[in-house]
Every structure is written in C-alpha cells, then in structure tokens.
Design a protein around this ligand. Structure first.
Ligand SMILES: [Cu+2]
Length: 142
C-alpha cells in the first residue's frame, strides 16, 4: 500500500479544511484554539480508514530493482494509476508499452518515477526500452 500517497492526500485534505495549515505545521495542532478546526480534524480522523481504502485502490506501486519489475504481472481496476519507482543504485530504465504503439518514454533514474493511468479493461504488456528482456504485464479488469 502506498502509504506516502495516503499521507500526501491527507495533507491536501487538511489544507482544504485548515487554510493556515502551513503556519500550523510550525507550531502544533493542539495549539489551534479554534473549535471548528478541532471538529474538522476529528471528522478527518474518523474518515481515515475510508480515505485509506480509496487511496490504495487509486495508486499501485511497481518497483524496479535488479533489472526486474516487481510485481512482474499486476491486476488492477479501471481508473487505477500505476506508479513505477526505480529502486536501482545507478541504472536507468523505462516503461514502454511498445505493442500499444506508444513512443518510448524517457528513461528514469534511481529514485525517479513513471506514472500511467489505466481506464480501459484489457491486458497491457510492456518492456524496458534499453533492456528488452525486462518485461511486465498490466491486467485491467473489473
Ligand atoms: Cu531497464
């Protein structure tokens, strides 16, 4: 589960409810004396499990390490975004849906990412541009 995405998402939601959130960060939440803000925080905490479920459905992580996509094959629901992360020490890669007729995207380097959202059901094989033996499959099913 992409916990850090959940964190970013929650931060965005908090910023909507608490306009001076950036200022608040430099103090602490318990120093906010406005009851309205407490109330929003409370609601947010109660909603956390729901937000968590939503976020983990929306983004799935595929790691790239030792010249392998992991997991190599992944099944997702339509509308899901896959977040590929390069976990190598110094090797770049790409995620190329060659058979879909797409042009090869830019290589991405260690700690960099590639994102793609899948809205249509189907099976989408892909490979790494510079390393043709590196292959993966995305299955999109309801
Ligand atoms: Cu590669």
């Amino acid at each position: 589960m992409p916990t850090y995405h959940v964190g970013i998402f929650i931060e965005q939601v908090v910023k909507i409810f608490i306009p001076d959130y950036n200022h608040v960060q430099s103090t602490t939440l318990c120093q906010i004396d406005n009851m309205k803000k407490y109330f929003y925080c409370l609601v947010l905490c109660l909603l956390l499990p729901a937000i968590n479920t939503f976020a983990s459905d929306a983004i799935v992580v595929v790691e790239i390490k030792n010249f392998k996509f992991s997991p190599q094959q992944i099944t997702i629901k339509p509308g899901t975004t896959i977040h590929w992360i390069n976990r190598e020490k110094r090797q770049y890669h790409s995620v190329w849906f060659e058979s879909s007729g797409e042009p090869e995207p830019d290589y991405f380097f260690p700690d960099e990412s590639f994102y793609k959202t899948f809205n249509q059901t189907g099976t989408y094989p892909y490979r790494c541009g510079p390393h043709p033996k590196m292959t993966g499959v995305v299955k999109v099913a309801n």
